[in-house]
Every structure is written in structure tokens, then in C-alpha cells.
Design a protein around this ligand. Structure first.
Ligand code: ZN
Length: 305
């Protein structure tokens, strides 16, 4: 990534979320080459473009990646009640087959909607960290995987999901350790397209961040960071943020959630580093589109603040 310091915010009237009359979307373009990307919910994707859709699923995570090679990736599927939102969003995007499905870790706000997604779509590879969890939600997911005869690939540091000229996706974590919490066992995926990089951290907390920093095999540096654990102060440690050095941090959290996510300590850390913050609880669904050089951001709503 050559550039990218100051993001220019533009309100584009009439570019809002389909069905929300009169509400303008927000487009941010980073110089030098503004790239037109699809607004949230719009299915179009230009040739040679990668888009990352941080779907507003309330308190939880669900991220759709549409890759320039035509493949799709779904990272998490929100809580149980979010499955219809995720399924509808993928259908609007014209997704029939999910090439790579990633369950970052077994907590319900990440995998609750996934069994329904698996039943609804054709699915290729499933990636999960090697953990165990005894909830009905997790068992339901494993059952759906089994019923479809899908193969599970262990997500762990060093596993490469995709490696093509100019496009690479690999797991930076977890580093399996005794006594690792479920959050710190989160699959962390780094996607690099051209000179643009994106880091998806699930609910990885400071311990996993520390493992990533100590690893010499792959740098966590990324232009776009999906901040860990919904912006909890147990994640996004200062040293980790400095190493990632993102231009934009995306926080996926539910409006008025009972955890107080995102925590003000994390917001202050990011602000102190001049990282632009985008939040699904404020902005709704957030879409980042890149042709591999610069990237553009569109949000479902303009932030009320
Ligand atoms: Zn979570």
C-alpha cells in the first residue's frame, strides 16, 4: 500500500441502502485512484475487485469476502437469530456457493447462524480451530457439517487458504496452546490482494495477539483491521495495533449491547493512532472494495456522531 493517510468522507445522496428512502450512504475514497465499489447490499462487483462486507448482524460477526478470482469466503455467521440476515445478504450478492467457510471459534455470536447457512448454500471447504465446546449451538453446527458431508480443515497459524499470483489468504492464528481460551483460539485470517491487506481477528484477545507478534513467519501488518472481540479492551492491545498499523479499524458490535462493546479504551487507542473507526452498530453494514492498490469504503448509514 503506497499511500493512504487521510480518508475523505463524502455523503453521496441517493446512494443509500436499498429500501431506505431518503437516507444517504457514506462513501470514503482514498487517493490516488478512487475505485467505485458496490454499496452495502448491492451485488455488483467489478472485474479484478475484492470486496469485504462486514454485515450488520447486531452483536456478533459475519463477514463476506468476494474475491477477484470469483470465489467467496464467509467468516462467521452471527448469532442464531442472525441467520436470516446473513442468508438474505448472501442471496442479494448472488452467492450460490461459499468456497471457504470459516468458523472463527465456537461462541454463538459467531457460529449461531452458521448451521442454517450451511443448509441453505453449497459449501466448499470449512475451516475451524481445533477446540471443543459443548453448547447445543456448536453441536448443531457440527451436525450440519456432517449432514452435508463437508470436510473440516483445521485453522491454525501457518495454514494457507489461498495462494495465487497477487492474492493470498492465510491464517496467522491460533497457535494451539494448553489452556487457550475460546476467544484466543479464534482463527485469524490475513488476506492480501496486490498491495492491500486485510486482517480478520475473530475474538482473538491480547494473548493471541502476543503470539502473532512473536511469530516471525507472517507479519500482522494490514491496511484494514477487523478489531478483535467487538472492540473489547481485552483485545486490540497497543503493541498489536502498532504492529498492524491499520488505516481503518472495523468494529462489529450490536447497538446498545450489554458488554459495553466497543470499550472506550480501544476507541481511544485507535483514535490516538489516527486510525479511522467504522462500527456496524453505528454505520450498519460496511463494505470495503479494492482493486489491489487503493480501497474505498461504503456504509449503510452515516454515523449519527
Ligand atoms: Zn464474539
Amino acid at each position: 500500500m503506497v499511500l493512504v493517510l487521510v480518508a475523505l468522507s463524502l455523503v453521496i445522496p441517493g446512494c443509500g441502502w436499498p429500501g431506505q428512502n431518503g437516507e444517504g450512504g457514506v462513501q470514503e475514497e482514498l487517493p490516488p485512484a478512487p475505485e467505485a465499489g458496490p454499496a452495502p447490499g448491492e451485488p455488483s462487483l467489478g472485474e479484478g475487485e475484492l470486496s469485504a462486507h462486514f454485515i450488520d448482524v447486531g452483536q456478533g460477526d459475519s463477514i463476506l469476502l468476494r474475491l477477484p478470482n470469483g470465489e467467496s469466503v464467509l467468516i462467521d455467521a452471527g448469532d442464531n437469530g442472525a441467520s436470516s440476515t446473513v442468508i438474505a445478504y448472501l442471496k442479494v450478492q448472488g452467492i450460490a456457493h461459499i468456497h471457504h467457510l470459516i468458523a472463527t471459534h465456537p461462541h454463538a455470536d459467531h457460529i449461531g447462524g452458521m448451521a442454517a447457512v450451511i443448509r441453505e448454500f453449497s459449501v466448499g471447504e470449512v475451516y475451524m480451530p481445533r477446540t471443543s465446546h459443548t453448547t447445543i449451538t456448536y453441536e448443531r453446527l457440527l451436525l450440519a457439517i456432517q449432514e452435508k458431508g463437508l470436510r473440516i480443515t483445521e485453522a491454525r497459524a501457518g495454514v494457507t487458504m489461498l495462494d495465487e499470483p497477487g492474492l493470498r489468504a492465510s491464517f496467522l492464528a491460533p497457535f494451539p496452546r494448553e489452556g487457550l481460551s475460546l476467544n484466543d483460539s479464534s482463527a485469524v485470517l490475513k488476506v492480501e490482494y496486490g498491495s492491500v491487506s486485510l486482517l480478520f481477528t475473530g475474538d482473538a484477545e491480547a494473548e493471541s495477539e502476543g503470539h502473532m507478534l512473536l511469530s516471525s513467519s507472517m507479519s500482522p501488518r494490514a491496511d484494514i483491521l477487523k478489531a478483535g472481540h467487538h472492540g473489547s479492551q481485552s483485545s486490540s492491545s497497543e503493541v498489536f495495533l502498532e504492529a498492524v498499523s491499520p488505516s481503518i479499524a472495523i468494529i462489529s458490535a450490536g447497538e446498545g449491547n450489554s458488554y459495553g462493546h466497543p470499550h472506550k479504551e480501544v476507541l481511544e487507542r485507535l483514535q490516538g493512532m489516527k486510525v479511522e473507526i467504522l462500527r456496524t452498530d453505528l454505520h450498519g453494514t460496511i463494505v470495503i472494495t479494492t482493486g489491489g492498490e487503493s480501497f474505498s469504503v461504503k456504509t449503510e448509514r452515516e454515523s449519527p456522531g
